[in-house]
Design a protein around this ligand. Structure first.
Ligand code: ADP
Length: 541
């Protein structure tokens, strides 16, 4: 017997309709390139998103066509987030930190027909323009200086007749957006989000035990809108009707802190690098910024060091919410929210749990597997994390060679090596390729990094596996000291000693000025492995 409920399609235009009806007067604020603030309302935003849909259809763009964006976190990007899918097309966000060659590859692989590019990113576009075939290039924020052969975004909207906007009969399983994984693992691969996945992800991430977003919030995503849809925040915030604040391209600690304080932001989100920078600035100038409205800083993308979570809480009264996800998981998978029982536990135990990646949000299931099969949920046995749910990718776009990322029974193999404890808290020990395999035993590079970053003199630490004549691989720590601070190799090893088995300790610690990063702000361990490949061979040989 079938249930007798409406067959209501879960689509992005349904979020837009709701936002306009219920939150018309709520604000959306953007920091412009000259640092001034642009403000308008949800009503303005919704009208312009619809006009964009009309304009795209007038350009001949329709169902399934890919429309790329090369933009910062800015209001025009939000309009594209809604306007492109409303036209039946697919929003394809391009990562501005990629190499031009790689961008060209991605645009061609995706078959993008249109590009929406911010004026400030035109020099980047020029570097791959002649390697791609686009039918239209639309420039935002250009004023009177739109280059030959390109279209002015504002003029397009001005000329689009809002009255001709028609809501399409969209199927919730139609593609709405697309994002390429940033290639820390091989060639970039396209993840194709459906309307349904985005709507369900928005509901799931707004739940109290996930990110806990609501209408009263003021949300500032530092995580770029070209990185896994800014963790879905623009969609989630629009669904719940929160005020939204976009930092544009001003992502240095001082600019962000000023904006967090001035706009009374309640929830913000970004990768650990951002927060480590902010922590240093707050430590230098305690009391300089009024962050009394800020109730959660969501941290993900890389592990949030336990020491950082504790420092924010104890030195500045700020709450870090640690979450995990991937481009392939829309991206939210788990969040380290404390259960009622753990909220009664001693503070140090709470920090232990909050430094884990957390429990799966509703509708997401996790398990982990090693060579002996599925691992027990004992918090000790390591295995590769597998995941399934309505917003987890079922395959990549046109990449049959990557089919082995899914198990025979259809779970996605994440490449993250984890433990899961009896309460269901997942903890990432490493990425598969970053584990240090020392004489057949596994050493977690992340556990060592986390502990090193808890040392008061250490700004950043990356631990990599380097070849070793006896043990195949041994850990090497690469450390950046805080400005004006000193520490020796011996001091740091002494600091680690009480916390790890002897054979886990790095064979050497080298000090550098900075650690190379990927386009999404993670340590580029590949480059470190390359640079220090012979380090222990020479030292021991
Ligand atoms: P890429 O690393 O290729 O840029 P993603 O941006 O999709 O791809 O990153 C997903 C990966 O980031 C995860 O598989 C995991 O290794 C890492 N990651 C994400 N969140 C966390 C976290 N909270 N702690 C540790 N690692 C994380």
């Amino acid at each position: 017997m079938k249930g007798l409920m409406m067959d209501y399609q879960l689509t992005i235009p349904s979020i837009l309709r709701r936002a306009e009806q219920l939150f018309a007067r709520k604000e959306i604020v953007t920091r412009l390139p000259d640092k001034s603030l642009h403000r308008y309302t949800y009503a303005d935003f919704a009208r312009r998103a619809r006009k964009l849909a009309v304009a795209l259809r007038d350009l001949g763009i329709g169902r399934g066509d890919r429309v790329a964006t090369l933009c910062w976190n800015q209001y025009q990007h939000l309009e594209a987030y809604f306007g492109v899918p409303a036209a039946g097309a697919v929003l394809h966000t391009l990562n501005v930190r990629l190499h031009p060659e790689e961008l060209a590859y991605i645009v061609n692989h995706a078959g993008d027909r249109v590009l929406l590019v911010d004026r400030t990113l035109l020099p980047l576009f020029e570097q791959f323009r002649d390697q791609v075939r686009l039918e239209h290039v639309i420039v935002t924020g250009a004023g009177d200086s739109v280059p030959e052969g390109m279209l002015d975004y504002e003029r397009l909207l001005l000329e689009a007749d809002e009255g001709r906007y028609e809501e399409l009969d969209l199927d919730e399983n139609d593609a709405a957006a697309m994002c390429y994984t940033s290639g820390t693992t091989g060639r970039p691969k396209g993840v194709l989000y459906s309307h349904r996945a985005i709507v369900l992800h928005s509901l799931g991430s707004a739940l109290p035990d996930a990110l806990g977003l609501r209408e009263a919030d003021v949300v500032l995503p530092v995580v770029p809108m070209f990185h896994a849809n800014a963790w879905g925040l623009p969609y989630t915030a629009t669904m719940v009707g929160a005020k939204q604040v976009f930092p544009g391209r001003h992502l240095d600690p001082v600019s962000l802190l000023e904006l967090l304080a001035a706009e009374r932001v309640t929830v913000t989100a970004g990768v650990p690098t951002i927060w480590l920078g902010i922590l240093q600035e707050l430590d230098k100038n305690p009391g300089a910024y009024d962050l009394s409205s800020l109730r959660a800083m969501v941290v993900g993308g890389s592990a949030a060091p336990r020491g950082m979570i504790k420092a924010f809480e104890e030195r500045h009264g700020l709450h870090v919410l640690h979450a995990w996800g991937m481009t392939e998981t829309t991206p939210l998978g788990t969040a380290a929210v404390l259960t009622a029982e753990l909220q009664q536990a001693p503070k140090e135990v709470q920090y232990d749990y909050r430094a884990k990646q957390g429990r799966p949000v509703p509708l997401v299931e996790i398990r982990a597997r090693n060579e002996n099969g599925l691992v027990p949920w004992d918090g000790r046995t390591m295995g590769e994390l597998e995941i399934r749910g309505p917003w987890i990718a079922a395959s990549y776009y046109n990449a049959p060679e990557a089919a082995d990322r899914w198990t025979d029974d259809g779970w996605f193999r994440t490449g993250d090596i984890v433990t899961i404890d009896a309460r269901g808290y997942m903890e990432i020990k490493d990425r598969d390729k970053d584990l240090v395999k020392s004489g057949g035993e596994w050493i977690s590079s992340m556990a060592l990094e986390n502990e090193l970053m808890a040392h008061p003199a250490v700004a950043e630490a990356a631990v990599v596996a380097v070849p070793h004549p006896k043990w195949q691989e041994r850990p090497l720590a690469v450390v950046v000291l805080k400005e004006g601070q000193q520490a020796t190799k011996e001091e740091l090893l002494d600091f680690l000693r009480p916390k790890f088995p002897k054979w886990w300790l790095p064979d050497d610690i080298v000090f550098v000025d900075q650690i190379p990063r990927t386009s999404t702000g993670k340590f580029l361990k590949r480059a470190l492995r390359e640079r220090f490949r012979d380090h222990l061979m020479e030292a021991t040989g």
